[in-house]
Design a protein around this ligand. Structure first.
Ligand code: DAH
Length: 347
């Protein structure tokens, strides 16, 4: 076989193999086999020197020409395969913009926040401004200015989580400390409600949590009487539970009021006859209240001979429980979405 015939055969074979190379890796292997340092074309050119002298010029020229032809073919094939490869990757990674989007999951207002907003709206109609106070409170506001001195047994009722020993800073046990804070910075007439979190060192059960929400109310002016307190709380009960609700006061003791009462609303479900929700009593307990103690007024520099006032405090979770028939206060902070979703209002 002549040199030219050998090279023609090599070219045909190489061309066929290159057409068969299905991907870039196969094409690169082909390049190595033919044009690489140990490729057959390279080896052929290296062997030209050992041919008979008269054959060398032709063999050299033909070998170089083949090398150029194969390099060209390789470049074309490589470009085709690379383009194909890119197309495939684009197709695989493609985003289908016609797919429906994933709906973002929307949050909803917590039932306690809903109750706070509602209470705030009701009291706004009655002329009360909503204000907020600190949850970390000094013993002076949490106890002393509320007529609860350090040795008073009533402090036990508000068994406390101390932030700093020996108890100068506490997590407030009730929203009542805001009574003194508001009065210290304003002159009568005062009408405020204070919603917020309170904390107690307390074992938890279905009706006790170590953290819960209260709403404090305070009205101070000339000639305020228990009738004003009763009227305000009756209106609150009607707004919350329906038009013909009645309020019951019973004597109770709180150091910062005199007289002190606890108050209940007649059960809207059974109209006071007694049912499961009111536990057969016909009444739903709402909170504590009373006429602001003269010592509390004096403590903030008000003259008790000139001014009088009423105050009340109610449990916000309790109200939400009564209204929605929730039987365990722990559900509110329990973070169970199945519970919370039942209160979600449409936006
Ligand atoms: N601070 C009281 C408590 O946490 C509730 C309370 C009772 C508030 C009587 C008042 C009140 O304003 O007059 O148990």
């Amino acid at each position: 076989m002549s040199v030219q015939e050998q090279l023609d055969e090599l070219r045909d074979r190489a061309q066929g193999e290159l057409d068969d190379a299905a991907d870039l890796a196969a094409a690169l292997a082909w390049e190595k086999a033919h044009l690489g340092p140990k490729g057959d074309v390279t080896l052929f050119l290296r062997g030209v020197g050992s041919l008979p002298t008269e054959d060398r010029p032709l063999a050299g020229r033909a070998g170089n020409a083949l090398k150029i032809v194969l390099a060209d073919l390789f470049e074309q094939r490589r470009a085709t395969l690379a383009a194909h490869d890119l197309e495939q990757r684009l197709a695989a990674d493609a985003i289908d913009v016609t797919l429906p989007g994933r709906p973002p999951s929307l949050g909803a207002e917590h039932p306690v926040s809903q109750m706070i907003d509602e209470l705030s709206d009701i009291f706004a109609l009655l002329g009360f401004q909503t204000v907020f106070g600190p949850e970390v409170e000094t013993a002076r506001y949490n106890f002393d200015l509320l007529n609860i001195p350090a040795d008073h047994p009533a402090r036990d009722v508000w068994d406390t989580i101390h932030v700093e020993s020996p108890g100068e800073l506490v997590l407030r046990t009730h929203t009542s400390p805001m009574q003194a804070r508001v009065m210290e910075t304003t002159q009568p007439p005062v009408r405020v409600v204070v919603p917020g979190r309170v904390y107690r060192y307390e074992a938890q059960d279905a009706s006790h949590e170590w953290m819960f929400h209260q709403l404090e109310g305070l009205a101070v002016d000339r000639h305020i009487t228990m009738a004003d307190l009763k009227g305000t709380l009756t209106e609150l009960a009607r707004q919350l539970f329906g038009p013909s609700r009645r309020i019951r006061f019973r004597c109770d003791f709180f150091p910062f009021v005199e007289p002190g009462v606890d108050f209940a609303v007649d059960c809207a479900l059974c109209n006071g006859k007694g049912c499961r929700v009111c536990k057969g009593t016909g009444w739903l307990e709402m909170g504590g209240a009373g006429m602001v103690h003269p010592r509390v007024l004096e403590g903030v520099g008000y003259d008790p001979a000139r001014y009088s006032g009423f105050a009340f405090g109610l449990g916000i979770e309790r109200l939400a429980m009564m209204r929605s028939g929730v039987d365990d206060v722990r559900a509110f902070a329990g973070n169970d979405l199945r519970f919370l979703r039942q209160f979600a209002r449409a936006a």
